[in-house]
Design a protein around this ligand. Structure first.
Ligand SMILES: C[S@@+](CC[C@H](N)C(=O)[O-])C[C@H]1O[C@@H](n2cnc3c(N)ncnc32)[C@H](O)[C@@H]1O
Length: 350
């Protein structure tokens, strides 16, 4: 799809969506309609639609810390309603907290802005340039060019401090930022480089800097398949919260947060690809039903109590590991989180 000529109406149409996008009390239907309208607007501005656009879909880029998904795939992320509104609300809440204690502009590093700058540029409409300056960063030139076009279309180009094409996992900032935002996450904390990026950025913030997401927790859970099936067939949407009774949480495999990182210890990875973070050994309780399925699932603590819960998005959808097929009640499973270009949690039955 070709981008449409810039239209002075874009900014006001997106501004009109912000109250719903940022309202925690909006219904799912209202939020969904607002997210789809935002997507239509930004797809028209950029000409990048999403993964149905075979021509621009591409493979993405495999980096030393994980995969940077393609611009079209990154555009697609906007369309996940709950993910997008929860992240937008988290960013808005972080900006408000920071504006209360930072004089002058709140400096934001948007590490992995994608082609729409989804999590910052629409919000920037409500923040004057004197109070917000965003550095857009992405490994894909097409995404940066596209996000700059969005900034122009939304009338927020003066809130963009610069754009940097580089790997966020090795980037060195010249001016410390107050807020770093990086939604570089995928199902089961696999494949995408959020850990490598945050680990690189944590020491580079200004004093009191905020990082978003603030915490990602990957858990080993058991799911009762037959009760899940009953719920899925009988319950109206949204079902995410209704899954809790059928999930038994066996413990945290790895937590990605600045605090947890202080205790990380590295060891050689079992697959021989490099280094890994040592994780605890967890147990499938001996008295838990054998009909359960072993799964890894992430919960994303975005900011200020805003949490992307299990199954609310593709990011927080469970991953079913191959070792899980052989696991039975009473099993002890050792874990490690492999660093490098294919990050993932490995489990080994002891
Ligand atoms: C999941 S998409 C998110 C796009 C957008 N921020 C959003 O939330 O809708 C991740 C984006 O981060 C970029 N990215 C991933 N890893 C990166 C890295 N190590 N350095 C720079 N950009 C990266 C990808 O190219 C992609 O645009």
């Amino acid at each position: 799809m070709d981008p449409t000529p810039l239209d002075a109406g874009s900014a006001s149409r997106v501004r009109a969506l912000l109250p719903t996008l940022c309202d925690p009390d909006a219904s799912f239907g209202e939020a969904h309609a607002a997210v789809q309208a935002l997507h239509r607007e930004l797809a028209a501005v950029t000409g990048i639609v999403g993964i149905e656009d075979e021509a621009t879909h591409g493979e993405g880029t495999r980096l030393p810390g994980g995969k940077a998904i393609s611009p079209a795939h990154a555009a697609q992320c906007l369309r996940e309603t709950t993910r997008t509104v929860k992240f937008l609300r988290g960013v808005e809440s972080a900006l408000r907290d920071l504006a209360a204690r930072v004089e002058g502009p709140v400096r934001v590093l948007y590490a992995g802005c994608g082609p729409y700058g989804t999590l910052l540029l629409p919000l920037a409409i409500r923040w004057p340039a004197e109070r917000l300056q965003v550095t857009l960063l992405d490994i894909h030139e097409q995404s940066l060019e596209s996000a700059l076009r969005v900034a122009e279309a939304l009338g927020v180009a003066d809130r963009v401090a610069g754009s940097v094409r580089t790997d966020a996992a090795t980037y060195r900032t010249e001016v410390p930022f107050h807020l770093a935002v990086s939604e570089t996450l995928a199902q089961g904390l696999r494949n995408e480089p959020v850990l490598a990026i945050l680990r690189n950025l944590w020491p580079q913030g200004a004093p009191g800097a905020v990082f978003l997401p603030e915490r990602v927790v990957l858990s080993f859970v058991l799911v009762d398949m037959s009760r899940q099936m009953a719920l899925m067939t009988n319950c109206p949407e949204p079902v995410a919260r209704d899954h809790y009774p059928v999930v038994l949480d066996c413990g945290t495999v790895v937590e990605v947060s600045r605090e947890a990182a202080e205790a990380w210890q590295e060891e050689p990875s079992w697959d021989g690809t490099g280094q890994a973070i040592r994780c605890p050994t967890l147990v499938w309780p001996a008295d838990a039903c054998p009909e359960r399925s072993a799964q890894l699932i992430a919960r994303v603590h975005i900011h200020g109590g805003i949490v992307l819960e299990h199954r609310e998005s593709s990011i927080t959808h469970p991953w079913i590991p191959t070792w899980g097929r052989d696991a039975r009640p009473g099993a002890r499973i050792a874990f490690q989180y492999v660093l490098g270009s294919r990050p993932e949690a490995l489990g080994r039955l002891l």
